[in-house]
Design a protein around this ligand. Structure first.
Ligand SMILES: CC(=O)N[C@H]1[C@@H](OP(=O)(O)OP(=O)(O)OC[C@H]2O[C@@H](n3ccc(=O)[nH]c3=O)[C@H](O)[C@@H]2O)O[C@H](CO)[C@@H](O)[C@@H]1O
Length: 354
């Protein structure tokens, strides 16, 4: 039986797109394995998918410091040896990497074993792990067409972002049952990226008394960010991270307030959810979310509020403005050329499997 090793981790955005491929890979006859870190978010997410999980050592994730992401060279080297060994046991036909720091040793291990590697880059410009992986990959799939400019002509393939099928199967009724918010009122879903956003959380929470007069608010606030004082607030529900109920919560949502992580915004586009994006500032990141959000704003799929301009007043005004422009946003998204990269990524993987 043909085998495939999936890898990627550190934040959910480097993991969840892999899951969109599972059904198609199984249909194509691949036995699927996952290599991830010992303690990263990918471990628990992959366990929920019941896939064989092979943990390796990986350099510490020091976010936003670019090269320092890989400053633990010993652990990275150990990870390479471990990945090389695991790959020798599994002997996959191909490795698919969704990036993130754990992916680099796996890509190197695969290259040493002459196993073809396909990488996927979600952001407009390639992240550090993918920049390091690119020379060892046969192909680099991209969410945005503009990313091809940053890649060798022979390797870049614009595919779009793979979207999990389950996201299309959400049911608002089930969501209302789960949240207990049964009254008919517009629903604002706030998603701060897979780890939440302390900054947006604070402003949103300060604004709640006003917002709750107009909306129900579902708040995905990130691990460790629950606010006990707000438990029981009528019309408001907070969750650290939502797993299998996410499709139902998205189905309930009329508007989304979100960071501009590439996978999250690709999901809003695929589901035609008008979004107000507050991208992570360039000071706190390499600025990828700003580029993502600008592209979405330009195409009319979302509204943009810069973090530097985020106050209770601007947030309230921007939410109200999006509510007014909701139909125009949905129309723009309905006209988007293609919004789900699953099939194209699967084709690329099959093409390069040995
Ligand atoms: C802080 C940071 O480094 N962010 C980066 C990270 O974002 P991050 O890891 O937050 O990834 P995204 O926002 O792209 O995706 C988040 C994923 O988590 C899922 N989700 C989220 C909340 C929840 O409760 N349940 C759930 O399932 C979303 O549906 C989505 O699939 O990787 C992205 C893709 O490389 C980049 O664009 C972001 O800039």
């Amino acid at each position: 039986m043909k085998k495939i090793v999936l890898t990627g981790g550190g934040t959910a955005g480097h993991v969840t797109p892999n899951f969109a491929l599972l059904e198609g890979l199984a249909e194509a006859g691949y036995e699927i394995h996952y290599i991830g870190s010992r303690n990263g978010i990918e471990k628990e997410l992959v366990r929920q998918q019941h896939l064989p999980y092979h943990p390796i050592s990986s350099g510490k994730l020091r976010r936003y410091k670019d090269l320092k992401n890989l400053t633990d060279p010993f652990k990275v080297l150990l990870g390479c040896v471990q990945a090389w060994k695991v790959l020798g046991r599994i002997r996959p036909a191909v490795v698919f990497s969704k990036g993130g720091f754990v992916a680099v040793p796996v890509v190197l291990g695969a290259w040493l074993r002459r196993i073809p590697v396909v990488v996927h880059e979600s952001d407009m410009t390639p992240g550090l792990a993918n920049r390091l992986s690119q020379p060892f990959a046969k192909a680099v799939c991209t969410t945005f067409p503009q990313t091809l400019e940053h890649l060798p002509k022979t390797k870049g393939v614009h595919t779009g972002s793979p979207i999990r099928k389950s996201l299309y199967q959400g049911d608002a009724g089930r969501g209302r049952e789960f949240t207990g918010l049964t009254a008919r009122r517009p629903v604002l879903l706030m998603m701060g990226g897979s780890i939440g956003s302390v900054k947006v959380n604070q402003v949103l929470r300060a604004l709640l008394p006003t917002l709750l007069e107009e909306f129900h608010v579902l708040h995905l606030c990130g691990k460790g960010n629950l606010d006990d004082k707000l438990e029981g607030t009528p019309g408001y529900r907070q969750y650290e991270f939502i797993g299998k109920e996410l499709p139902d919560l998205l189905a309930m949502a009329d508007l989304v307030l979100s960071r501009a992580g590439s996978n999250a915004i690709s999901e809003f586009l695929a589901l035609k959810k008008p979004a107000l994006l507050v991208p992570l500032s360039a000071g706190a990141s390499r600025g990828d979310q700003i580029l993502n959000a600008r592209a979405f704003q330009r195409d009319g799929y979302a509204h943009l509020l810069q973090e530097e301009e985020l106050t209770q007043e601007t947030l309230l005004e921007a939410i109200r403005q999006l509510w007014t422009d909701r139909d125009a946003c949905i129309r723009a998204m309905e006209g988007a050329p293609h919004t789900d990269g699953t099939e194209k990524v699967l084709e690329t993987i099959k093409e390069y499997s040995r």
